[in-house]
Design a protein. Sequence first.
Length: 344
Amino acid sequence: MILNIMFSTFFLFLMLFTILDKNEEKKFTKLKGKTMGTYWQVSTPYIPNKLYIKNLIQKNLNEDEALLSSWKKNSLVSKFNKLKKNKLLVINENFFKIISTALKINKKTHGKLDITIGNLINIWGFGEQKKPYRYPSINKIKKNIALTGIQHLKLISNSTGNYIKKNLDGIKINLSTLGEGFAADHLSSILKKEGIENYTISVGGTVLVKTERKENPKIIAIQKPTDKIKSIHLLVRLKNKSISTAGTYRNYYYLKGKKISHLIDPKTGMPVTHNLISVSVISSTALEADGWDSALLILGFKKAKMLALRENLATCFITKKNNTFSTWMSPHFKKFLISSKNVN
């Protein structure tokens, strides 16, 4: 891995992959590499200049990583985290878009997607700090909860440029829950500029599919939500859509016999412990899908279901009780469904 634990724990979620007919594989170009502590892959009809495209993709992903990384000293995230209150930080359009998306989803999920929980992520060992040997104290958790809240962030866009500032010293942002989606959308724009219009992109647990009008939808498989075996849980058809999946079953550790999830509830400062273990979201953009999946997972099944129906989201929730998996899908998600097991 080229990143530290923070990125690997947030980006190594559920693997999604494209199912291709074996007889068709030779007609496709497959490119792959590493980014943000996970793997990226692009599958497209055969292109002769694949080395040029691969190098172009990797170059841009390296730049994205430098933009979003919480541990690289010169990244925009790190610069913001070191920023004193009421000081302006110049940001580019991509950074502005990521923050704007995060703030929008935060509002709709009553604060469950909170990019200001960098300090909480750290004390639980999923960020810049090592995994703790004992539970953080209540006082320590409360102290770090006090250093959260999107109300302390302000985005500014005017004729001179884009800026961000905070009104409270010590706040740290973490954009791991949005990085895969942003990277997938960015790769899509790169391929489009190169005249490539038919492709499937995967970055960690996020997949984006673009097809020409005459092309059939691509078949995407979602893995059964367990780190014990690898098997297909359900299949969907996607055409000019993206799907992103967040899960609690891969990125965790045990502390004094209890499972510690990488997903932290901003309200309690504690890792989630409910039985909703996987959330998949289909959206027009990978960034939106990637932002929603983690937020819904933190909400828990009942609240996430109500929100998905209210917002007309295409979502699939997988819960686990004992060793039994149950699946619920929103009406919009079922439109993409090919087959599945244990659907309620």
